[in-house]
Design a protein around this ligand. Sequence first.
Ligand code: DGY
Length: 327
Amino acid sequence: MSAPLRILVTKRVFPEAVEFLRRQGFEVDYNGTDRVLDREELIRRARGCAAVVSQLTDRLSAEVIAELEGARIIANVAVGYDNIDVAAATARSIAVTNTPGVLTETTADFAFALLMAAARRVVEAHAFVHSGRWSTWIIDLLAGQDIHGATLGIFGLGRIGAAVARRGRGFGMRILYCDGRAAPPELERELDARRVSREELLRESDFVSLHVPLTPATRHLIGAAELAMMKPTAILINTARGPVVDEAALAEALEKRTIWAAGLDVFEQEPEVHAKLLELPNVVLAPHIASASFATRRRMSMMAAENAAAALGGQRPPNLLNPEVWR
Ligand code: DGY
């Protein structure tokens, strides 16, 4: 009998994913902690494994991938995969998969939660009541921006962008979007969405929500010049990837009130946050949790395990990102 195939699960996932892999007969090297394996440990433990179930905190660079002898698949527990050098994996015939679809609605819920919290100053209001400073009803106490009837500008009208736009429609918002590709006409009709230039979106929108993947083309998509085009009452929401926004430029714009507020779930150097952002009252901060409902994170864990098991069983993994390796 041949030895079971080995799988490295780099970090803690929902337990059913590991149980599933073990039930399939794989030998699982499971780092059941929240500690990120450093480069050396990742390479050492991944060496000889047929699959690596990774997370967005694992840097699978070309150099690391070059060491993954015997690997057939990297199954990322995330829809984003900017932590993996997919070209390097493809060059070594290693499949790469992600977890699209299952987190769409949960992420959109959270983007909208940030939007509402920033517009209506929910975090400031909570702190205010806690501080004991509430003495009477005041005409403009913690006044914010209206959401209903406002213009929502979406960068990237993919699955999550469209789900956020749908929520905006529920609030009677006007939808503008900016995307390299026009959305299907039926989606534009459903959302009553108009495709506009980057500049028009920035100048017209009361809320700008980012839903693009991180690529060289989207790095610092929102920098000082773009922030300067936005309305002084505008609110920026980022649940995509931190480096899509120039964090220093954003902190300055928020401090100078060139824009009114921001809601951020992602940062350029996670878990670090630009010092100024930590001090400003007009920004709502979250630690990369937009997809963090129990059901969704459980489903993401399972999806990655299923992708790994499929590939090792000789089947095309359902969420394959580099089909070139599967012929
Ligand atoms: C992703 O999946 O890419 C998110 O950032 C984490 O859910």
